[in-house]
Design a protein around this ligand. Structure first.
Ligand SMILES: CC(C)(COP(=O)(O)OP(=O)(O)OC[C@H]1O[C@@H](n2cnc3c(N)ncnc32)[C@H](O)[C@@H]1OP(=O)(O)O)[C@@H](O)C(=O)NCCC(=O)NCCS
Length: 458
């Protein structure tokens, strides 16, 4: 154990003015585009009424090499922005008017909720659409937008921020740690695919996702409230689930299909959304776009249905939980092949007390540890005692103390939900001063009640 004080951390406590100054040196400035509202009619906003946001959306799509939305498609995107309350940060060349010009840097943030433990939600600040134009990279554009966003998130009472990343090396420096992983799996479905357990009760039927109404949304919400790491669905998700995307297909839909499980009393207990990849794809493949089940019978019923679709030789799912459940469900687990196993949800702790008091703990654990947290942006820096008793956590800020473990805020975010183990981080050399006994105690305290998983991206 090492004696630590807060002095080192408080030197960093003020939000730095540096990032904006660095932008100015490059003739750039940061500007905020506040969230927009839907028109009173409830229809989509007209993109021509929101020129700065429309330019921002286009710039972000280009940053990801996506098709640039125009006309009614852009209106629908703006409607989703309005429903989520998305705010846009843009970095512009000095003298440029955001209403006439695309920004050189895009960044979107908005407030939502995340399941911290089954049945418990905390506010989360979600970050997305981060791009910097190729000609303006490595001039501090990202750093300026992120610093501003995290300061606003903390000031508005968000205990954590969250994002998903295209590259795993970008966000650690801003204090984001890997809190949940996902698997991209492929299942060989040639021949009859049997389940390992008994035949599921209830029945599964195909249904048009456009006729599902609120069913999928309600199921998804009930499952995500029990799934640590999952956030409230975005407006864009809702459009996709109901196959309402305005596309070049003139409103005929994108070919999405749904399967619904009803229990023996006819109650809907689970549903899957899936898409056929086309006859030109070999082997013939369906992609699962969403799969939610409230019961084991619903899960097994949907798996049996999806794995035994006529003419289909492969089923794939890119956002599959990293928990081994599918392999355990099948009589032949080797049918499941993991194509990619990757970091998914990144969490950044902004308020240590609110984050760790906002989740539940194993009811039988009664323990306390002192954590010394380093945070270059200051938000979570300090000495914190985490005490766990009767399933609840309590966090006290200490002025000076013997720390049981010293760690960067990035590792704190990775540990928060229990989706990354302290033992793993310690063996990777990322927890200072922690004995094996301490890491075991930390793991016992933080173990999640259910596997940590992000059900939908944002
Ligand atoms: C990733 C991206 C947003 C970075 O923007 P940027 O303005 O060049 O970043 P900054 O100049 O603010 O750099 C901030 C820090 O991150 C580092 N960094 C930036 N991009 C990085 C990357 N891809 N990998 C590793 N480090 C990176 C910089 O070296 C710098 O480090 P330092 O502060 O320790 O010196 C930009 O390269 C981009 O738009 N990429 C394509 C779209 C994309 O991947 N977006 C991310 C979506 S999740």
């Amino acid at each position: 154990m090492t004696q630590h004080t807060d002095r080192h951390d408080s030197a960093h406590a003020a939000v730095p003015v540096g990032p904006d100054a660095r932008l100015a040196e490059h003739g750039l400035r940061l500007q905020v585009i506040e969230p927009i509202a839907r028109p009173e009619s409830g229809g989509d906003p007209d993109w021509r009424d929101h020129p700065a946001l429309s330019h921002h959306v286009r710039a972000a799509e280009k940053g990801f090499y996506e098709k640039v939305p125009t006309g009614a498609v852009l209106d629908q995107v703006l409607g989703c922005h309005a429903d989520d309350g998305r705010r846009s940060l843009g970095v512009y060349e000095d003298g440029d008017n955001p209403a006439d010009t695309e920004p050189v840097g895009t960044f979107v943030d908005f407030s939502s909720t995340m399941t911290a433990s089954p049945g418990r939600q905390v506010p989360v600040w979600q970050v997305t659409n981060v791009t910097v134009s190729p000609g303006h990279r490595r001039r501090g554009v990202l750093r300026a937008m992120m610093t501003r966003s995290l300061a606003d998130a903390a000031a508005s009472g968000h205990p954590v921020a969250a994002l998903t990343a295209t590259e795993a090396t970008i966000y650690g420096r801003f204090g984001f740690g890997v809190a949940a992983r996902r698997s991209w799996i492929r299942v060989d479905t040639r021949g009859r695919v049997d389940l390992a357990g008994p035949a599921p009760s209830g029945r599964v039927r195909r249904q048009d996702p456009r006729e599902l109404g609120e069913t999928y949304r309600e199921l998804q919400e009930s499952v995500r409230r029990q799934t640590p790491g999952s956030t409230y669905r975005t407006a864009e998700c809702l459009v996709r689930w109901q196959d309402r995307e305005r596309s070049e297909n003139e409103g005929k839909g994108t070919g999405l299909l749904a399967a619904v499980h009803r229990d023996e009393r006819g109650q809907v207990r689970g549903a899957a959304l899936y898409r056929f990849e086309g006859w030109q794809t070999e082997p013939t493949t369906i992609t699962v776009e969403g799969l939610v089940a409230q019961t084991s019978d619903a899960w097994r019923g949907l798996v049996e249905y999806l794995m035994n679709l006529d003419l289909i030789e492969r089923v794939q799912h890119q956002r599959h939980p990293d928990d081994g459940l599918l392999a355990a469900t099948l009589a032949d687990p080797r049918r499941v092949q993991t194509v990619q196993h990757r970091d998914d949800l990144y969490v950044r702790v902004l308020d240590v007390a609110a984050a760790f008091e906002g989740r539940d703990y194993a009811p039988r654990v009664n323990d306390a540890l002192v954590l010394h947290v380093r945070d270059g942006l200051g938000h979570a820096a300090g000495m914190w005692r985490l005490s766990v008793d009767g399933g609840r956590g309590r966090v006290d800020r200490l002025d000076a103390a013997q720390a049981d473990v010293s760690l960067d805020v990035r590792e704190l975010g990775a540990l928060w939900l229990g989706g990354t183990s302290a033992r793993t981080l310690a063996r990777a050399g990322l927890l200072d001063d922690a004995s094996e006994q301490t890491t075991d105690r930390l793991d016992a305290m933080l173990a999640p009640a259910r596997p940590v998983h992000l059900l939908t991206g944002f």
